[in-house]
Design a binder for this molecule. Structure first.
Ligand SMILES: [Fe+2]
Length: 303
């Protein structure tokens, strides 16, 4: 099938289908599978084959097992429905196609329901290792294999519960500017927690350091760098550091946090919620990430 790649395929930032869905205000979409061009599939194939040796060397065992359990296709962009057929019976999670940016509360609330908002576009063939915006390779090959594990997927759903608690607590804060300040701080803490665990987390596994963060597992350059480079500080996970630690998204991470097990991750999500309830997230250290108005409003709407 020959298509004009700048017009009708599913390349990130160039896909007309996505632009039209967004213009119609549609967040949840069907994966328009027929629109993937041969070039889109070739990009998937190339990324996948680049990652395999690195996954084998640096990824945690649950991820490697997860790849097999969802039967991720190395040769072509997968269909979400095919993946979900394997995934749902394992952990109750499923990948749901979205048209792009998902406001923070909506995103977390999806996790609470065990739905993972999944980008359907794929980076252009020109993009090599780093892409600031998510694409289907990041979402399906970086995140979804982790969702096959029971404790990890419970942790993810529990992060969604923390967001629901944050919205509920905000409802009772008055005056409005105080509510906004506390909510912004709680969101910053939650974003940092998510970043340093789900996206960039390291885990100690049988004495060896392995990767479970999806931002690393979908980046052939940074995956190796995260474990081997002397330019990375690797520290034990401490909740008080993580929620106060700024991060920047446009370069390799200089600081990563290590958990000893996924049980520890689950426990830390519980502590995050406890700290939220106790007011310990009301005024975390400022700086990155900036919290967008849309994200704040999504929490206020939920409240
Ligand atoms: Fe991600």
């Amino acid at each position: 099938m020959t298509q004009d790649p700048t017009d009708s395929d599913l390349t990130t930032t160039e896909a007309r289908f996505i632009e039209e869905a967004r213009n119609r205000g549609e967040l949840y979409i069907e994966q328009p599978y027929g629109l993937y061009s041969e070039q889109n599939h070739a990009t998937w194939r190339r990324l996948y084959s680049e990652m395999v040796p690195k996954w084998n060397q640096f990824a945690n065992q649950k991820f490697l097992r997860g790849l097999d359990r969802i039967a991720l296709d190395p040769q072509a962009v997968p269909r979400l429905e095919d993946i979900n057929r394997f995934l749902e019976p394992l952990s109750g999670f499923k990948a749901v196609a979205v048209s792009g940016y998902v406001p923070a509360y909506v995103f977390f609330d999806c996790l609470r329901r065990r739905e993972f908002p999944t980008t359907v576009t794929i980076r252009s063939a020109r993009t090599q290792t780093y892409l600031p915006e998510p694409d289907i390779f990041h979402d399906l090959a970086g995140h979804v294999p982790m969702h096959t594990g029971r404790v990890f997927s419970d942790s993810l759903a529990r992060i969604g519960e923390v967001a629901a608690t944050a919205a509920r607590l905000a409802r009772d804060v008055w005056p409005a500017d105080e509510r906004l300040e506390r909510l912004e701080s709680a969101l910053r803490a939650m974003a940092r927690f998510f970043w340093f665990t789900i996206e960039f987390g390291l885990i100690r596994e049988k004495g060896e350091l392995k990767v479970y963060g999806s931002g690393l597992l979908s980046s052939s350059g940074e995956l190796e760098h995260s474990i081997l480079s002397s330019r990375v500080q690797r520290r034990p996970f401490r909740l008080e550091w993580v929620i106060n630690q700024a991060f920047e998204i446009h370069h390799y991470q200089p600081l990563l946090f290590i958990v000893d097990s996924f049980e520890q991750l689950y426990t830390e999500v519980g502590r995050l919620e406890q700290w939220l309830v106790e007011g310990l997230l009301d005024n975390v250290a400022p700086c990155e990430p900036a919290i967008g108005t849309d994200d704040l409003e999504s929490f206020l709407d939920a409240a």
